[in-house]
Design a protein around this ligand. Sequence first.
Ligand SMILES: Cc1cc2nc3c(=O)[nH]c(=O)nc-3n(C[C@H](O)[C@H](O)[C@H](O)COP(=O)(O)O)c2cc1C
Length: 352
Amino acid sequence: MDLFSGLTLGQLKLTNRVVMAPMTRSRAGSDAVPTDMMVDYYAQRASAGLIISEGIAPSADGLGYCRTPGLYNADQVAAWTRVTAAVHAAGGKMVAQLMHVGRVASHHNKPAGSETIAPSAIVARGEIYTEQAGMAPFDPPRALGLDDIAAVIDDYRRATVNASAAGFDGVELHCTSGYLPAQFLSTGTNQRSDAYGGSVENRCRFVLEALAAMVAVDGPGRVGMRICPGNPFNDLSDENPQETFEYLLEHAARLDLAYLHVIRMPTGGVDNIALGQRFFGDRLIVNDSYDRDEASAVVASGEAAAVAFGRPFIANPDLVERFRDNAALAKMDTRTLYAGGAQGYCDYPPLT
Ligand SMILES: Cc1cc2nc3c(=O)[nH]c(=O)nc-3n(C[C@H](O)[C@H](O)[C@H](O)COP(=O)(O)O)c2cc1C
């Protein structure tokens, strides 16, 4: 197999194995509605075998960063419909990454009436950028009650219904980087003593229930999950990530997911790729700092079904064609990554 061969992941049919990794770019408008420039940005990158969208909040509570989009109201669904239509018209496929940040949030970046919530009332150490107050401390979160947990899982379900209505080919659960699902999995952020905390089985319950709710809407083979065992980002810590993720993957593998998306992290104490292969051998997308040659090698050896590229897609909308021609890659401007304007977003040209 090579990077440019077709691939079927569950119900998703990819024309090549170069996947665009999810990237928050902070270009959404008011009320977390996608903007016109987002339509162009994703359409420009439609030659990827699969586009995984930037993190999208399943509810207003799930927002945390500046100008990030949602999938919980009619205006958002209408705007995402224009994005997916443009991607499909250009021959691409696109899944929505559902990202609920939990405690990694500032109220400055959320609409009035929304809340910052988490498994336990433990504030994340660190700061987050806000337009109103510059760098601000993370909000103290409210610990979810049992009823609230059922409501949050229902938010994931409803966001999956909305994703389907908006024309996405599937959905991906963002289950790393210190956000809500990872907060439930990890001993440092989950100090509950009910059915959602304590034992590994209890700490994995939220993620497995959210996945099951998403699969129930979208059917088998359209839901993926992104993980990075051992990732300490956003003040996350777990006493035994190997054990946590073995349990999680063993049970997630029974849910008939389309794929598992694994970020490698050699410093995290777990061999993430080996763990992913054990449970999702033929449905594994790998990521982090791959280049064309290393990606070709892992696909050729069968170590991974596909490789996701993040930063290379920012300045190279035609990354697949450049890889095919072994052409030089353009460099991204880091100053405009989250800047909010058109500059550094849709203005990176293709080679020809
Ligand atoms: C600007 C930017 C925004 C990102 N936003 C997200 C996100 O919304 N969701 C997510 O799962 N990962 C996010 N990531 C991580 C990327 O998906 C990817 O894991 C990372 O860039 C490493 O892959 P690369 O070496 O190919 O760039 C982001 C990365 C960048 C550079």
